[in-house]
Design a binder for this molecule. Sequence first.
Ligand code: ADP
Length: 233
Amino acid sequence: IEQTALQNDKLAMLGRMSAAIAHEIRNPLTSIRGFIQLLRPYLMQLGKEEYARIILAEIDRANDIIYEFLNSSKPSAPMKKSVSINRLINEVVLLSESEALMRNCHFQVETYDEDTEVMVSIDVKQIKQVILNILKNSLDAIDEVSDQRRGRIDIITRSDGQNAEITIRDNGKGMDRATLARLFDPFFTTKEAGTGLGLSVSYRIIRNHGGSIRVDSLEGSGTSFTIYLPLTE
Ligand code: ADP
């Protein structure tokens, strides 16, 4: 899918809006925090100091959520390091394996050539996040299939001499045309508890790395995402 000016505008707007909202929410949280501290001795007299502790912990949690959200919706410039693509995939698979097992799903990793290390210059944290987002979507898509077929996710890495390619293919529910057309839009989601941020953020991270992403999907049978990343010079 080619990048469009429209997509960039939307993402830039999302970034600005979230920064502004986060700022506006943080200020009242800070003042609430201060006043709760002041009320603490009174709550203590009433034998309710526990309430203060809970309120403070919850305010801190809200701050954490805002912080996380800002981090994920505005990916910073990549801090690049040259790493082996296969090693990266193995690490990410390890991270997701227990989740996959719980959902009766199984990973199949296939590498183009075990002996030649395919090296890419990437921000490891950001690209791991992208692969985790895609794997999580695959697991969700498999969950939503009504028949009890065994979930299977193939992860295939190869290189064409210019780019490293990572394909993640699932046998989940697939997508219809309308979903395919919008899946990279910020806040587009078909899930009850979805944020619709995973793929828009992933898209931006990949573009920031000079790479691209391609999607093929067949409704009712599965989806495949391929990420292309330039090889280390
Ligand atoms: P979220 O997962 O919060 O919905 P995403 O941006 O990650 O947000 O995904 C957007 C939408 O794209 C999903 O709600 C889903 O409809 C669709 N989608 C993404 N990956 C897949 C997949 N592997 N199979 C089927 N649908 C998918």
